[in-house]
Design a protein around this ligand. Structure first.
Ligand SMILES: Nc1ncnc2c1ncn2[C@@H]1O[C@H](COP(=O)(O)OP(=O)(O)OP(=O)(O)O)[C@@H](O)[C@H]1O
Length: 610
């Protein structure tokens, strides 16, 4: 443009001579510069005069100078703004910094999620539990966070008909919101994102508010904490063994509604004992007590009895009652070996409940012959009734139980000696499943390997270990010796009282308010607790009457609570129908179980022949 003006300006006559070259500018001299002729040709082919070079250079110089000036000015502005912000942040605002490895981070994220803070933003995280290796999934299970789409009563599952629910989280970036009338700035920043590492994403949440007092932020953090506990306390995360990079490892866990311990039907004294003992053990002063006396800080319980009598249910309920996560491990798994077991135990957190199922399956216990003998003893029964073979042991419940009734704050040494003295090898109360003996022979898990993880040097302290078995008689004395098993509880088939409670429990479920009973109410003796049934209510009185009739029709010590529950649930909306049909169900179930028993016996004989 400038060049064109130079060419055409009539007021500049000297500028129009000789190809538009201004006076004093002889470009022919420039042709001696290497490359200049080529440049001249190139410009010519573009229809430009060589003199345009001057113009282009001028434009470039002016533009560059302008932007240089602008950038300099802006950096000045930026640094002034930075100085101003430093002054403000040093003197006029309060801020909190929360790292993602701290539970407060999850609590604040949950609090923000539930208040829909930043969820309207165009930028948000979407996660589900589909990828257990994702950082979000790890954090979710580490801190037991739930989907914001879950309902308020905490009972909804993390899955719907289409699989894991989608979870929407505020994404990294700055969010503004008001808390108690004050502006709060939340800045979520990713520090390091190592997606594949077990650590997951490192993030920091900065909360800033105007004013020199940190009180507002403290209140906000406390509120988020309370909110978290209100929502999460009624959940138990259950971990089982999965695979990480092809090796057995704890899976990412499944949060599930905590089971109310009141729904577990068992001897109330035993229940109170286990609750009190576990609470004592987890009390903050107990660790010191153990340390001062050089006693390993561990607690072990043994729950034994027939299948479906409530051993797993009590373990789950206890985890919920103590607000601990539950790690379930089955020793009957063919993949279980010493190394795997040891690794799994070493990766346990310090405070948790480990549920070791089928402890009688620890491979090297050479009681396979005893087991077969148990089964062959039942062979001799004329009608093959499985249930009748079980009766004697069940009726001996009160005499051969060896429940220890001493708290960890008392004298554990004495406690444990009681246990060992009672660990006699009474005959198995009911036949073992045939594959149990096979498992014993095939397993790569050695008995010493099992003992090692229970109390070897590498064993974690601080956890509660619950061992379950259907065959206490198959256990080695060493496994249930003092220090490994502190309390032993026997579960039995349903007597009249249990049958009645199963019936009542299914038709008059506890309501939510009762579920949320305070600790004090929970700790109150059962008989003093207000129950739905204690209120005078004709419907409930009718239910009590039906429950009594039901229990009278069910033979004692023959069916497990699980079996009764299964039957009653077929009449979920018809308690009268359940009462009317129970005698027929008893007969049919007897026949079915006897057939099953005969089949097993035949298979065993064939196996022995082979
Ligand atoms: N004592 C009980 N109180 C309440 N529910 C029970 C009881 N026993 C069994 N049930 C119900 O029966 C089902 C199976 O019970 P659970 O898994 O606790 O039995 P278990 O003794 O652990 O059996 P297994 O030895 O086969 O592992 C559960 O749904 C549970 O609700």
């Amino acid at each position: 443009m400038i060049s064109t003006l130079l060419h055409q300006n009539p007021l500049m006559p000297n500028s129009l001579g000789g190809g538009g070259m201004p006076e004093g500018m002889d470009f022919s001299k420039l042709s001696s510069i290497p490359g200049f002729p080529i440049l001249q040709k190139l410009l010519g082919s573009l229809g430009l005069d060589t003199s345009h070079l001057v113009t282009i250079s001028l434009i470039i110089t002016v533009t560059a100078s302008f932007f240089g000036f602008l950038s300099h000015s802006l950096s000045g502005v930026r640094s002034s703004a930075f100085t101003l912000w430093s002054f403000i942040s040093d003197n006029l605002v309060s801020s909190a910094r929360i790292h993602s490895s701290d539970i407060s981070f999850a609590q604040l994220m949950k609090w923000m999620e539930d208040r829909k803070i930043n969820l309207d933003s165009r930028n948000f995280y979407v996660t589900s539990r589909l990828n257990p290796n994702s950082a979000a999934a790890k954090r979710m299970t580490m801190f037991r966070s739930r989907s914001p789409t879950d309902d308020d009563n905490g009972l909804e599952s993390d899955e719907d008909n289409f699989g894991p629910k989608v979870k929407y989280e505020p994404a990294p970036g700055v969010t503004f919101f008001f808390y108690k009338g004050h502006l709060v700035i939340a800045n979520r920043k990713i520090d390091v994102d190592h997606y594949w590492s077990p650590v997951g994403t490192d993030e920091t949440l900065f909360l800033t508010t105007i004013g020199r007092s940190p009180q507002l932020l403290r209140e906000l953090i406390a509120e988020a904490r309370l909110h978290w506990h209100r929502k999460e306390i009624h959940k138990t995360t259950v971990y089982t063994v999965g695979k990480v990079h092809g090796s057995p490892a704890w899976d990412s866990g499944r949060p599930r509604p905590a089971r109310d311990i009141r729904t577990v039907i068992m001897d109330e004294k035993d229940k109170e004992l286990i609750k009190r003992d576990a609470k004592d053990y987890l009390h903050k002063d107990t660790l010191r007590w153990y340390m001062e006396r050089g006693v390993p800080y561990r607690r072990g319980y043994l729950f034994h009895g027939p299948p479906g009598t409530g051993k797993t249910s009590l373990s789950l309920a206890l985890a919920g009652y103590l607000n601990l996560n539950l790690y379930i491990l089955s020793l009957s798994s063919s993949k279980m070996c010493d190394d795997t077991l040891s690794q799994l135990f070493m990766s346990l957190p310090t405070r948790c409940i480990v549920l070791l199922e089928d402890v009688d399956c620890a491979g090297i216990d050479n009681r396979a012959d005893d087991i077969d003998d148990d089964l062959s003893t039942d062979d001799s029964e004329s009608d093959g009734s499985l249930e009748r073979g079980r009766k004697p042991a069940v009726s001996s419940k009160k005499t051969d139980r060896n429940v220890t009734r001493v708290s960890p704050l008392e004298k554990p040494e004495k406690v444990t000696s009681d246990v060992s003295s009672n660990s006699s090898k009474e005959p198995s109360p009911f036949p073992l499943p045939r594959n149990l003996a096979q498992n014993k022979r095939q397993s790569d898990l050695s008995f010493s390997g099992l003992l090692n993880v229970l109390d070897g040097v590498s064993s974690q302290e601080g956890r509660i270990l619950i061992m379950t078995t259907n065959h206490k008689s198959a256990l080695d004395d060493a496994l249930i010796r003092p220090g490994r098993v502190d309390i032993d509880i026997e579960f039995t088939y349903a007597d009249r009282s249990i049958s009645k409670q199963v019936f009542q429990g299914l038709y008059s479920p506890l309501n939510r308010e009762e579920d949320l009973a305070t600790d004090e109410e929970e700790d109150a003796p059962t008989e003093k607790r207000p129950t739905t049934l204690s209120k005078v209510d004709p419907k409930k009185a009718r239910l009590v009457e039906l429950a009594s009739r039901f229990a009278e029709k069910v033979p004692e010590n023959e069916f497990s609570p699980a079996e009764l529950q299964g039957y009653v649930m077929m009449h979920k909306h018809d308690p009268e129908g359940a009462v009317d049909g129970v005698e027929e169900w008893v007969q049919k179930t007897r026949v079915r179980k006897a057939d099953l028993f005969k089949l097993r016996r035949r298979r065993l004989r064939n196996r022995r022949r082979d």
